[in-house]
Design a protein around this ligand. Structure first.
Ligand code: C2E
Ligand code: CA
Ligand code: CA
Length: 730
């Protein structure tokens, strides 16, 4: 029996069954296993006595499956005795071991089973009368060898299966590991894992070609390439990671090729069961592009693209910061200056938006030049700018000085081609903390102050008590105008204009009033600017024109043929449909054109000189009379005046009121009268309150006069009675 049945030579020699033993086994094979029940019962009892699995086996037993197992085991003992010499037998037994491994059957049970076989066979050898006494020792030896060999084959199968399984798993792990390594190496990030105890890398992903050549510095790769001034911060972050904190840090790195890139390093610490940090994993990624994109976005989000100044967004951020900081410094203040350009709309409208944009850029540059870098200047949109003076000592003084400097930068006209453009700014100022603790309040107050500065032609205006209430009241008024027209709350008063040579009344001027349900009688200066701002002036002007023409018609029916003057606002006059609207109103009312006179202020006429001449000519062609109102307050050029087909010059009341006390005013009035006459105009004086003024004007040769001395503004019916009385008196 030379056949080597086990792969282990030692075991082979130890369990080799020679020819004699073979003969013995052959002879007594049936005798050894003739009593099936005995062997089966022994196996079954053995199983059931095994404490760790007895309860499981009992359930198994209840299903009858334990008997099946026992029968199989007895069958195996039989097979072993009869077929051990079959060349295929060892394979079969090893297969049993492999199946055991596969089903996780512990080798201890196998050994236990062979122990039962041994006990059964030895008992049989010593007690069976079928075995000759002299053969018993050799048979014992043969059975022992056979059992050990069989058990060894099962265990060998078991072991081989385990080995194969482990080697498969190792292969899989290796494949997975190489996949992961490839993956990590191909990631744009540098990844590493550092053993803190052994002070060495457990893993460091390879160099990223020329973009990031290899650098294996311990414990932080590429550390020495980091910008020197930022190394301390990275070192501190690493220390925090060693204390268990997961931390990210961005820094600039100078590469060997001289380029600078930005990297973000993240350190992930890992602790052992004792909470001791044993490993830190790191990721280092190139954030240069995203950082630049972020910077660009931030710039776009915070910059006014036209001027390059800060935009509203950034200005508000800085303002909030300034308030927060100053709230902790009791002595300090913050100033908010809002400025709005004067006459910018005119430039934009007349010279076009590209020129407007150019001017805005020039304004921005001049403002930048006069302000400090610690101040924030922003364009909020259109021609609106805001200046923030953070943390200043004496708010009033500093803000006033800055407002003065801003005004100074408008002294020099802005040049564009042959044009010299004169611009100005209105400035509203509010101060933290005295004008408000909240940015929204400060902004509103600066805004209202800015409107006040604009309306009152002041270089700047600080917030002061009362401004806000006044503004709110006016805003409310603006909102109520439309309804007031429908509710017939407006009224026209008529003030007579008298010929000074005693030839009676030359005309009456329509002056608007608002009988406000809550605020009582409002004069034009209290609501006309708001009608203009809220875009309702056209509607109101239409109403004035219709009412005045209707009144003239009513008077004519009473036999009073008296022309009515109406005041024309600058905006109405500049409206392209202005002449058409006058024609339309005249044709609707059946009133002759001569019954209508239009008072246009000197400033309005001079502002758009070429267009004004054309409009006034068109009106004169219709037959409507034109008077120049508030004469003396503007800067008329004689050459321009000469071209206007105007009937009347009305000298502004401000000169008339003072002329009896002030020789200068008297001289102005006298020379205006002379000049008017020379140009072929009639001249009227406004605001004549006293007899001595009236007399002086008569001496100066003034043609007409209007004022309380002659007659107050009156409602239509009153004026009719007044005229009738005048006629009687004459
Ligand atoms: P204005 O065109 O210069 O009108 C003359 C103003 O002087 C009127 O003020 C009139 O009541 C006032 N007045 C008349 N006689 C005297 C006097 O002897 N002494 C003084 N101190 N004042 C006198 P009112 O009605 O308050 O109008 C103010 C301005 O409002 C007008 O100035 C005119 O520019 C504007 N306005 C009035 N009604 C209308 C209107 O229907 N349409 C437009 N667009 N503007 C109007
Ligand atoms: Ca007037
Ligand atoms: Ca006037």
């Amino acid at each position: 029996m030379d056949q080597q049945v086990t792969s282990n030579p030692a075991l082979h020699s130890f369990t080799e069954i020679d020819a004699t033993l073979h003969i013995h086994l052959k002879r007594y094979a049936d005798a050894l296993i003739n009593d099936h029940n005995d062997c089966g019962n022994a196996i079954k009892n053995y199983f059931l006595s095994l404490l760790p699995i007895s309860s499981t086996l009992r359930i198994y037993n209840d299903n009858g499956k334990l008997d099946l197992l026992v029968t199989t085991l007895v069958g195996h003992a039989k097979k072993l005795l009869h077929e051990f010499n079959d060349p295929l037998y060892p394979h079969l037994v090893r297969e049993i071991g492999r199946v055991h491994y596969q089903h996780h059957i512990d080798p201890a049970w196998v050994i236990g089973c062979y122990r039962i076989y041994q006990k059964h066979f030895l008992t049989t050898i010593y007690h069976s009368d079928q075995i000759e006494n002299s053969d018993r020792p050799l048979l014992c030896d043969a059975v022992n060898k056979l059992l050990f060999r069989d058990m060894a084959l099962v265990l060998e199968g078991y072991w081989k299966a385990g080995e194969l399984d482990h080697s498969n798993q190792r292969t899989k792990v290796n494949e997975l590991q190489s996949q992961i390594c490839n993956l990590l190496a191909n990631l744009p990030q540098t990844i590493w894992s550092y053993d803190v105890v052994r002070e060495e890398y457990l893993y460091l992903s390879p160099a990223k070609d020329e973009t990031l050549p290899a650098n294996e510095e311990i414990p932080i790769p590429y550390f020495s390439w980091t910008k020197q001034s930022e190394q301390a911060e990275i070192h501190a972050a690493w220390q925090r990671a060693l204390h268990g904190e997961c931390i990210s840090i961005e820094s600039a790195t100078d590469l060997p090729d001289g380029s600078r890139r930005w990297y973000k390093r993240t350190f992930h610490p890992f602790a052992d069961q004792n909470n001791k940090i044993t490993r830190v994993d790191g990721v280092m990624e190139d954030i240069t592009d995203s950082r630049q994109a972020h910077k660009r976005l931030l710039h776009m989000a915070n910059t006014d693209t036209l001027t390059g100044l800060a935009n509203r967004n950034l200005w508000y951020d800085r303002a909030k910061q300034a308030l927060a900081i100053t709230s902790r410094e009791s002595e300090r203040q913050v100033a908010v200056l809002l400025l709005d350009l004067n006459r910018f709309k005119y430039i934009n409208d007349t010279l076009g938006h590209p020129v407007g944009d150019l001017i805005l850029r020039m304004v921005a540059q001049r403002l930048k030049d006069v302000l400090r870098s610690s101040d924030t200047i922003a364009r909020f949109g259109g021609d609106e700018f805001a200046v923030l003076l953070p943390s200043i000592d004496d708010g009033m003084v500093v803000a006033q000085r800055v407002a003065g400097k801003i005004q100074d930068c408008f002294q020099t006209p802005f040049k564009h081609g042959s044009h010299e453009l004169h611009l100005g700014a209105s400035i509203g100022i509010s101060l933290y903390p005295q004008d408000g603790h909240d940015l929204a309040v400060l902004m509103r107050r600066a805004d209202i102050a800015m409107y006040t500065s604009k309306r009152q032609h002041l270089p700047f205006q600080f917030h002061k008590p009362g401004l806000e209430e006044e503004y709110d009241r006016k805003l409310r008024i603006g909102g109520q105008i439309k309804e007031a027209i429908l509710n017939h709350e407006f009224q026209l008063l008529y003030q007579p204009r008298m010929r000074m040579n005693g030839n009676g009344i030359d005309g009456v001027e329509a002056l608007i009033r608002w009988q406000h349900p809550q605020q009582g009688m409002l004069t034009p200066d209290q609501f006309l600017p708001h009608a203009e701002q809220s875009g309702l002036m056209a509607e109101l002007s239409d109403w004035i024109l219709r009412s005045a023409l209707q009144q003239a018609q009513d008077w004519r029916e009473l036999g009073l043929n008296i022309p009515v003057s109406i005041n024309i606002s600058a905006r109405s006059f500049q409206n392209q449909n202005f002449v058409a609207s006058i024609k339309h109103a005249l044709s609707n009312s059946n009133a002759p054109p001569q019954s209508l006179e239009l008072e246009i202020t000197e400033n309005t006429l001079m502002n758009h000189s070429e267009r004004s001449v054309k409009t006034v000519k068109e009106l004169a062609d219709i037959g409507v009379n034109i008077a120049i109102d508030d004469f003396g307050t503007g800067f008329s050029s004689l050459s321009h005046l000469k071209q206007l087909p105007v009937k009347l010059l009305k000298i502004d009341g401000s000169f008339i009121n003072n002329m009896t006390h002030c020789t200068r005013d008297s001289a102005v009035v006298s020379s205006v009268i002379d000049m008017g006459h020379k140009l072929g105009f009639e001249v009227s004086a406004e605001g004549v309150e006293h007899l001595d003024t009236f007399t002086s004007l008569q001496h100066m040769g003034c043609d007409q006069a209007q004022g309380y001395h002659i007659g107050m503004p009156m409602v239509g019916d009153q004026l009719a009675s007044w005229l009738q009385q005048q006629a009687k008196a004459c």
